[in-house]
Write a protein that binds this ligand. Structure first.
Ligand code: UT7
Length: 332
C-alpha cells in the first residue's frame, strides 16, 4: 500500500453503560441457561443502556476519554467518522449528533455501516484523510446500542449482543516504523440474508405489519455466520500477513472482532497464534458490533499486553458479509 505519510492511532477511549445484563438475568427472560451461553459463546455478561440513552451518548463518552488521553480539546479534531449499525435515528447521521454534543466546532463527519467490520473500515477511511495530508487529526468512533434492535424473546440472538463504544484519534506518525501498515477488506453480498435487520429501510418501511412480523430486530442464521467467520477471518489475515512478508509468529497481539469465543479461538488456532497474545473480552461485553475492537484494544492495554512498537493484527467479519483485517505497529 502506498501512503504519503504513516498514520498512527495516537489515543484510545472507551465507554460502556453501567447496567449489566448477566446470563442469570437472561435465564429469567428466555429458555436458556448460563452453561449453554458460556460454552457456546464465551459470554458471561454484557452492558446495556437504560431507556433514552442512544448511540451518540456512548460515542461522546468514548470520544471525551480519547481526547483527554491525548490532551486534546474537541476543536482539535478535523473530521469524525462514527461506525455504527444503530444510529440514533435514520438521519441526521450520528456523527452530526456527536459533533454537537461534543462541541467539536471545526469537525465535519459522517457515519459508516459495514456491520461488525464498521470499525476497521472506518479506521482505514480515516487513515486516508491523514495520510494524504488533508487532515491532521481524525477521530473514529465505533459505537452501538445493539439492545435497541435485539428481540429479547429470541434466545438465539439475545444472549450474544451488548452495547458499548470506543474511539481512537488518528494522526501522522513522526516515527515511520509506528502506525498503520496495511489493510485488506472484502465484501460478499451473497451472505446478506444470513445476518440482517429487514425492517425500517426503503425496502420495508416501518408499518404495523413490519412491527408485527418482528422485522425491526436482528435476524441471524447463526451456523452460516459462524462457518463463514471462522473460514474468512483466518484467510484474510493470512493473505494480509503474507503480502507484508510477516510470519504469524511475529504478530504480538491479535485483536479480533468479538462475536463468539469459539470463532476467535478457532481463528487463532488456524493462524498458529499463541492464546497469550489473543485478546478476548467477550465474556464481559458480548458482541458490541462496531465497538468490539476498540474495547478489546483497551482490554489489551489494561492487561499490559499492548505496548508501543508491538505488531498488531485486527480482524473482523460481519453482516453483509463484510471482512476486514488491519496490520499496524502500536504507537503509544
Ligand atoms: O458479528 C457477527 C455476529 N454473529 C456471529 O458471529 C454469530 C455466529 N454464530 C454463533 O455465534 C453461533 O451459531 C450461535 C451462538 C448463534 C449459536 O450457537 P450454535 O452452537 O451454532 O447453536 P445452534 O444454532 O446450532 O443451535 C443448537 C441448539 C438448538 O437447539 P436444537 O435445535 O438442537 O434443539 C438451538 O435451539 O441450541 C439451541 N439454542 C439455545 N439453547 C439454549 C440456541 N440458542 C440457545 C440459547 N440457549 N440461548
Amino acid at each position: 500500500m502506498s501512503q504519503l505519510s504513516r498514520v498512527k492511532i495516537s489515543a484510545l477511549g472507551t465507554y460502556v453503560p453501567p447496567r449489566l445484563l448477566t446470563n442469570a438475568d437472561l435465564e429469567k427472560m428466555v429458555d436458556t441457561n448460563n452453561q449453554w451461553i458460556l460454552e457456546r459463546t464465551g459470554i458471561r455478561e454484557r452492558h446495556i443502556v437504560d431507556k433514552g440513552v442512544a448511540t451518540s451518548d456512548l460515542a461522546v463518552e468514548a470520544a471525551k476519554k480519547a481526547l483527554a488521553q491525548r490532551g486534546l480539546v474537541p476543536s482539535d479534531i478535523d473530521a469524525l467518522i462514527v461506525a455504527t449499525v444503530t444510529p440514533d435515528m435514520m438521519f441526521p447521521c450520528t456523527a452530526c449528533l456527536v459533533q454537537n454534543k461534543l462541541g467539536a466546532s471545526s469537525v465535519w463527519g459522517f457515519d459508516m455501516n459495514a456491520a461488525c467490520s464498521s470499525f476497521v473500515y472506518a479506521l482505514q477511511v480515516g487513515t486516508q484523510f491523514v495520510s494524504t495530508g488533508a487532515h491532521k487529526k481524525v477521530m473514529v468512533v465505533g459505537a452501538d446500542v445493539m439492545s435497541s434492535i435485539i428481540d429479547y424473546t429470541d434466545r438465539a440472538t439475545c444472549v450474544i449482543f451488548g452495547d458499548g463504544a470506543g474511539a481512537v484519534v488518528l494522526e501522522q506518525s513522526e516515527d515511520d516504523s509506528l502506525g498503520i501498515i496495511d489493510f485488506l477488506h472484502e465484501v460478499d453480498g451473497s451472505g446478506g440474508t444470513s445476518l440482517y435487520m429487514p425492517g425500517g429501510g426503503s425496502l420495508h418501511p416501518s408499518t404495523h405489519e413490519t412491527v408485527d412480523k418482528r422485522m425491526h430486530y436482528v435476524h441471524q442464521d447463526g451456523q452460516a455466520v459462524f462457518k463463514f467467520a471462522v473460514r474468512k477471518m483466518s484467510e484474510i489475515c493470512e493473505r494480509l500477513l503474507q503480502r507484508n512478508g510477516v510470519k504469524g509468529s511475529e504478530v504480538k497481539v491479535f485483536i479480533p472482532h468479538q462475536a463468539n469465543k469459539r470463532i476467535i479461538t478457532a481463528t487463532a488456532e488456524r493462524l498458529g497464534f499463541h492464546l497469550d497474545g489473543v485478546i478476548i473480552n467477550i465474556d464481559r461485553f458480548g458482541n458490541t458490533t462496531s465497538a468490539t475492537i476498540p474495547l478489546a484494544m483497551n482490554t489489551a492495554r489494561e492487561e499490559g499486553k499492548l505496548q508501543k512498537g508491538d505488531l498488531v493484527l485486527l480482524a473482523s467479519v460481519g453482516a453483509g458479509f463484510t471482512v476486514g483485517a488491519t496490520l499496524l505497529r502500536w504507537a503509544f
